[in-house]
Ligand binder design. Structure first.
Ligand SMILES: [Zn+2]
Length: 471
């Protein structure tokens, strides 16, 4: 079956045909590191992780690039506000981002380049653009270099805007520009800005504009032309529009498909600094929702849809996930964990249809239902096949509870180990109380565990415990 993807550039769902048979190059715009990531940012990496896992399962060799924007106006503003070097701000936020993605079982990118490591490539692109008449140094002596929007007739095609309707580029003052829509490729050093945030260049000391960073990193790691460029819908204009214009004007054919994901907002607006940044993984943990459940919450929505965050919806997703997890655990206890097996046709068709994860989850729930029926009926053959199909589907979505990423290694799982031992200790005390027929003491242990959110269920294999409500 062929994967079909919605391509923003052509505004249509198209068969995905890679540039080179069997190989796919993907570039995802990463985070600008002025602040730690909130759950809106983290949706991005999870969405493209599902795309990546789907491409891998279809047998493609995937080169996945997710960059880090470690120099930018916003990072510099933070540096000045805190009186710290820009890189220390960027690096601190990078570490939180990496830990957050690890906690969410997002596969590490093939390469994760930092913008500051690619200034020479940016200079080369800018020089080409000046040579071919698509860019010019500012006329006000500021040391800025601008892309000449009027020189590129296709400008606006990605976002579907007519040039006359466009807003001025807001990235620098219009003083030295030929046209207010011209955007900065290079920003000359300005008085009052930190002296450590500049590089020498043929146009004077300065730093790169945001857009040219991504063009340079795409080129460096994926070549002049590559398969998929991704990012949030909010990046379509101006960021991606500018990336296309400057790359193609510099003779790079650039991305063949533009895949944009919907945003996760709150109260009808974009998750912002004032409120949004507090909605991070620690906040989610404070609700008693585990990272795997947050990931399930993300993938339960189609990647192009907007998610309006609500605590209720997040908790509902967690409960839905626990039901699936409960089946996987009970089935694995009964017939052994096995291995992820073949994917049901309904799941494959849904994923091939522009990664329709909500339809794919419907296929998954159907198999879990059959599996639960088989468990009750003692039909081990069906338990085994439904378990392996369920694990295969969960693996594509990155939420298989038996994946070692969730069961071993990493800080969250160190904690899980500690919790395991403490509960084992409590259950041992309960067993001792029972063996001396002290039912009151045994029940007290069980009640105290329940108060702490640990539900104990007695099974023929011994007591089994879960965190959260039993339904
Ligand atoms: Zn970008």
């Amino acid at each position: 079956m062929t994967l079909r993807l919605y391509d923003t550039a052509t505004r249509s769902v198209r068969d995905f045909v890679p540039r080179e048979a069997g190989k796919v190059g993907v570039y995802l715009c990463g985070l600008t590191l002025q602040a730690p990531p909130h759950i809106g940012h983290l949706r991005s990496g999870v969405n493209y992780d599902v795309l990546r896992r789907w491409l891998l399962s279809k047998g493609f060799e995937v080169t996945f690039i997710r960059n880090l924007t470690d120099i930018d106006d916003k990072v510099l503003a933070k540096a000045m506000e805190h009186g710290r070097p820009f890189w220390s701000i960027a690096y601190a936020n990078e570490q939180i981002l990496t830990a957050s993605y690890r906690a969410l079982n997002v596969l590490p990118p093939t390469y994760e380049p930092r913008a500051t490591g690619h200034v020479p490539e940016m200079h080369e692109l800018i020089a080409r653009l000046i040579e071919t008449g698509h860019a010019y140094p500012a006329t006000d002596g500021s040391g800025d270099v601008y892309f000449d929007v009027a020189s590129w007739p296709a400008y606006g095609s990605l976002s579907g805007q007519a040039p006359a309707d466009m807003q001025p580029a807001g990235d620098s003052p219009d003083r030295g520009k030929r046209d207010p829509r011209d955007f900065a490729l290079w920003k000359g050093a300005k008085p009052g800005e930190p002296a450590d945030a500049y590089w020498p260049s043929p146009w004077g000391r300065g730093r790169p504009g945001w857009h040219i960073e991504c063009s340079a990193m795409c080129w460096r790691y994926l070549g002049p032309e590559f398969d998929i460029h991704g990012g949030g819908l909010d990046l379509t204009f101006p960021h991606h529009e500018n990336e296309i214009a400057q790359s193609q004007a510099a003779d790079l054919p650039f991305a063949r498909y533009w895949v944009h994901h919907g945003l996760l907002g709150i109260g009808g607006t974009k998750m912002g600094k004032s409120l949004g940044n507090t909605l991070d993984l620690d906040y989610v943990a404070s609700l008693g929702v585990r990272p795997v459940e947050l990931r399930y919450y993300y993938v339960a929505a189609h990647y192009r849809s907007r998610i309006d965050y609500s605590e209720d919806a997040l908790r509902e997703a967690a409960v839905a996930y626990r039901r699936i997890e409960g089946f996987v655990q009970r089935a694995a206890e009964r017939v052994g964990p096995g291995r992820p097996g073949d994917l049901p046709g309904g799941f494959v068709a849904a994923m091939d249809d522009d990664l329709n994860t909500s339809a794919a989850l419907a296929a998954l729930h159907e198999v879990v239902r059959d599996g639960n029926t088989a468990l009750t009926a003692g039909d081990d053959v069906t338990v085994r096949t439904t378990l392996s199909a369920t694990r295969a589907m969960l693996d594509i979505l990155g939420v298989d509870p038996l994946d070692p990423a969730w069961t071993g290694g990493g800080r969250t799982d160190d904690l899980r180990g500690v919790v395991d031992s403490l509960i084992a200790l409590a259950l041992e005390q309960r067993a001792q109380a029972r063996s001396r027929k002290d039912w009151a003491a045994a029940d007290a242990v069980r009640d105290q565990l329940k108060q702490a959110g640990v539900v104990v269920e007695d099974t023929p294999q011994g007591p089994r415990w879960t965190i959260g409500e039993q339904d």
